[in-house]
Write a protein that binds this ligand. Structure first.
Ligand code: ATP
Ligand code: MG
Length: 335
């Protein structure tokens, strides 16, 4: 490990709290945006129920996990209980229905890793992706939302990290960088690791919520209203946490041997997961275990080129947080 990890934080770090909080607040979606999303969901549900009366629509992703910034697209899951359902056929049928209802840019992507129909609603201006029976995503959405309720610093940190990743164009899985979902898990893991810890490990406490989805048992403690004081012994401010987050990913994380695991509330060894070598396209150059699909490494999209880009960006951000006179501007400069 690099010894730089024990660097001392700049002395004036707390002067950065107000500007970081201002950025955070400017990213929060206004109430009317939430209302429009609900309105769109309701009208989609009406359409869908004409064809499949038993079907239900669920919001998932950032519009439902509380990590959505203003003007995000919404992610919708169509849940149909039908054992011999052909997803492609349903998607094509769905695209037909939506098209004839004047929704714009309707497109069925039946060959994607997660097949979806894309559309844009001309009334609200919202773009939307609809997938089918992706119940695991609905459950991991709940896990993220529950974590966000425990300590407000998670939402602040994750908004800033997502905003940084989007500005620096390293939030593009098709280009070998990480999904928003992966960045939020990195933030949760990081806050579980602070001493005193700011977040608990919800999957390590006796479960109060449990569902089995596609043979995966998803169980965790979800009575988070009882954990509202969990992080109160740790007084670190948002500016300090942003600084420490980037230092951790620049200098502290052991990329060669460690996997971050929100499920365990700690890092675990790559050897234990057998993630030590490339298998097919999975290179395991940065390892982020999915909390439920534990054989799934969210870092698998990262290749030998994009790992350098990513680590370079973590180092750039750490350097700015340590030395730059104006980090709140410099950090988010477009790539
Ligand atoms: P953004 O604000 O950037 O849209 P998001 O949280 O909606 O952020 P997406 O990448 O759109 O992120 O993903 C939507 C949801 O799909 C995630 O919140 C998560 O529930 C699920 N998801 C995304 N990628 C994965 C993945 N690789 N494995 C499992 N679930 C995933
Ligand atoms: Mg999304």
């Amino acid at each position: 490990r690099n010894l730089k990890w024990i660097i001392k934080c700049r002395g004036d770090i707390d002067t950065l709290n107000a500007p970081f909080l201002e950025i955070y607040e400017s990213l929060i979606p206004p109430e009317e945006e939430k209302a429009k999303q609900k309105q769109l969901l309701a009208s989609l549900e009406k359409l869908v129920c004409k064809e499949w009366p038993e079907a239900r629509l669920y919001l998932y992703g950032s519009c439902a996990n509380s990590f959505g910034v203003s003007k995000s697209d919404i992610d919708v899951c169509l849940a149909i209980n039908d054992a011999d359902l052909n997803k492609s056929e349903v998607l094509l049928k769905l695209a037909d229905i939506l098209q004839s209802d004047n929704l714009q840019n309707v497109q069925a992507l039946t060959r994607a890793r997660v097949p979806i129909v894309k559309l844009r609603d001309p009334v609200t201006g919202i773009s939307c992706d609809i997938c089918i029976n992706n119940v695991l995503a609905v459950v991991n959405t709940k896990l993220l939302r529950d974590y966000a309720e425990i300590d407000g610093r998670l939402r602040q940190l994750a908004f800033i990290v997502k905003h940084w990743a989007k500005s620096r164009r390293i939030n593009e899985t098709y280009q070998g960088t990480l999904s928003s979902y992966a960045y939020v898990l990195m933030c949760i893991h990081f806050l579980q690791q602070r001493r005193p810890a700011i977040l608990p490990c919800l999957q390590g406490i006796e479960a109060t919520y449990s569902v089995t989805v596609e043979d995966v048992e998803c169980a965790f403690f979800d009575q988070v209203e009882n954990l509202r004081n969990f992080g109160s012994h740790n007084k670190e401010t948002i500016a300090h946490l942003v600084w420490a987050f980037f230092s951790y990913w620049a200098y502290g994380h052991d990329y060669a041997n460690s996997v971050i695991s929100v499920r365990e509330g700690s890092t675990i060894s790559k050897r234990k997961k057998d993630w030590t070598r490339r298998v097919g396209n999975d290179r395991h150059l940065i390892c982020i275990e999915d909390p439920f699909e534990t054989s799934h490494d969210l870092g698998r999209v990262v290749d030998k080129f994009s790992i350098r880009v990513l680590r370079g960006e973590f180092e750039r951000a750490a350097e700015i947080m340590q030395h730059d006179p104006n980090p709140c501007i410099k950090l988010f400069e477009p790539y």
